[in-house]
Design a protein around this ligand. Structure first.
Ligand SMILES: [Zn+2]
Length: 302
């Protein structure tokens, strides 16, 4: 049985609540990563994912989170999946691999699963399953936005800061919103494939095409999707973002791996209905068959 009864809240209220909750969780993540190690309380990637998704389930009434048994290392390269939509407008699927910032870089980006790069599996499998492939970076540092890194959330490329009281140069995003920052996997893969053999690329290389995860719903200056939550609007945002991120990433990469060709899902990640394994869980059945992630999150916009 669906956990959430239909509710009377209007769409504007719904979407605002989800995005606000996502920003709050991003700020908490930022704090955990910045302060945790100083206190000898370092959080692992999986703990952060569990905390954030549990809180999302608890705090946002239109969000349902389902955790699945982990029998082996997922071969689809994913940690969690978002399904945004409703039974009447259809569903948009986005698959995420999480990576935590550690000493200025994402140490596990080059992780191999059965001899293949994890991002390669993520992109290949996402394409087969018609879902978008993204990274979710958990960030936090003690200091300002790094010099010289573009802020793609801002048309004027102003610097995100801590202050949302009206004095921040950028009104689109606050610095700590990037505590949970998402980036197209194809751009990450292209950039990483050009990484020098010795030494990791700095976090800044990926931050330049990252956005706060709340920005799938709205940025801080506008209520992007508030009037009518719409799959085509999110899909078009994702498409433009992926294309603009993959092009410069490929240009600056020494690799000849054509990740640009697997950047987009074949049918824009749009599905008429939720995958069977998720439908089964939503009505209280045990785990259904299918290539499922560890955690699935349903954003029901109806
Ligand atoms: Zn701005």
């Amino acid at each position: 049985m669906p956990r959430n009864a239909p509710h009377e809240l209007n769409a504007d209220k719904n979407v605002t609540t989800v995005a606000d909750t996502l920003d709050d969780l991003a700020a908490q993540t930022w704090h955990k990563i910045t302060v945790g190690p100083l206190r000898g309380l370092t959080f692992g990637e999986e703990s952060i994912t569990d905390h954030n998704l549990f809180e999302l389930d608890r705090l946002a009434p239109e969000v349902e989170v389902y955790k699945f048994d982990k029998s082996e290392e997922p071969t689809n390269g994913a940690d969690f999946e978002w399904w945004i939509g409703s039974s009447s407008i259809g569903w948009l699927g986005i698959r995420f691999q999480a990576k935590k910032l550690d000493d200025g870089s994402y140490a596990q980006l080059g992780h191999r699963v059965r001899g293949q790069r994890q991002y390669h599996l993520l992109l290949e499998q996402a394409r087969q399953d018609n879902v978008w492939a993204f990274y979710c970076f958990y960030n936090g540092w003690d200091g300002p936005w790094p010099d010289g890194v573009p802020n793609i959330t801002c048309p004027r490329n102003l610097t995100p800061t801590w202050d949302q009281a009206g004095t921040s140069p950028c009104t689109h995003a606050a610095l700590q919103d990037f505590g949970c920052a998402i980036a197209p996997a194809a751009a990450v893969a292209s950039r990483h494939a050009g990484e020098p053999r010795k030494g990791r690329l700095a976090m800044e290389e990926y931050l330049q095409f990252s956005r706060p995860w709340s920005h799938l719903f709205r940025d801080r200056s506008s209520r992007l999707l508030s009037a009518s939550p719409s799959i085509p609007i999110i899909e078009s945002l994702l498409g433009d973002w992926v294309l603009s991120a993959v092009r410069p990433a490929q240009n600056s990469s020494m690799s000849d791996t054509p990740y640009g060709q697997t950047a987009m899902p074949p049918e824009q990640g749009i599905h008429a209905s939720l995958p069977p394994w998720l439908q089964a869980r939503r009505v209280g059945a045990s785990n259904g068959e299918g290539n499922r992630p560890s955690v699935a999150v349903v954003f029901d916009l109806s």
